[in-house]
Design a protein around this ligand. Sequence first.
Ligand SMILES: Nc1ncnc2c1ncn2[C@@H]1O[C@H](COP(=O)(O)OP(=O)(O)OP(=O)(O)O)[C@@H](O)[C@H]1O
Length: 241
Amino acid sequence: MIRVEAAVKRYGILPALDGLDLSIGAGEAFGLLGPNGAGKTTLVRLLATLASPDSGRLSVGGHDTVTEAAEVKRLIGVVFQENNLDRDLTPRQNLSFHARLHRIDAADEAVAAMLTRLGLAERADRPVNGLSGGMRRRLVIGRALLTRPRVLLLDEPTTGLDPAIRRDLWALIRDIRDQGCTVVLTTHYVEEAENLCGRVGIIDRGRLVAIGSPTELTARFGAARLEDVVVALAQTDGEAA
Ligand SMILES: Nc1ncnc2c1ncn2[C@@H]1O[C@H](COP(=O)(O)OP(=O)(O)OP(=O)(O)O)[C@@H](O)[C@H]1O
C-alpha cells in the first residue's frame, strides 16, 4: 500500500530524510519511532503529498505522491499534531464543512454517524471551544475519516494528552485499524506503538535503522523492552540535527 524508495529530503544542506526505504502493506498498523528531528514528520508530509522528495520515490496505493498527488489525496486521511479545528464552530459544523468540501454523499447522515462513533453526539452542537483536549483529538481524527480513507496518517496522535485520554484514543485507532484501514503513526510513546502497531520502524537521522514487530525487535537486539532498542539505536541529537 505504501512504498518509499531511497527518499531524500533536504532542508538547506541537512538531510531530513537520507535515502529512506520502507514498505507498508494494506491493512497494516505501522509505527514510526525515533528521536526529535529524526525525520518522522518529514516522511508523513511527503506521503501526504505536502512536500516532494529531492530524490527517490514514494507511492500510496501504487500512485506516485508527486506525479499522481490527486489520486494519493483521495486515498489518505491525515492528522497532524495541531488541532486545526474552527473553535467557534460546533463539532457538527466542523465535520459538515469538511464533508461538503470533499463532496461527501449524504453528508448530514455521514456527519451524524461519525459524531456517534466518536462519542461526541451529545456535544455536537456546542462550540469546539468548550471541548476537552481528548474530545478535540477525536474530532480531528473523525474529520479525517469522513472521506473513508484507505490509509490514515497520524503524526503524534496523542502527544500531550493524559494517559486515560491516550488510552481512549488508542481504542479509536484500534477500531480504525480493525476496519481494514492502513494506519501509519509517528509517536514518542513506545508503549503506544507496542499497543497499536503490528510493526514499527525506528528512524534515526533520516534513515530507517530497524524494522519489525515489537517482539522481533526486542529479541533481535537482546533487549528487555522495545524502549531500550529505540534508545540504543537512535542517536539524533535535537541540537545537532
Ligand atoms: N520546514 C523545515 N525547514 C527546515 N528544516 C526542517 C523543516 N522541517 C523539518 N526540518 C528539519 O528536518 C529534520 C527532521 O525533522 P522532522 O520534523 O521530520 O523530525 P521528527 O522526527 O518528526 O521530529 P519530532 O519528533 O521532533 O517531531 C530536523 O532537523 C528538522 O529541524
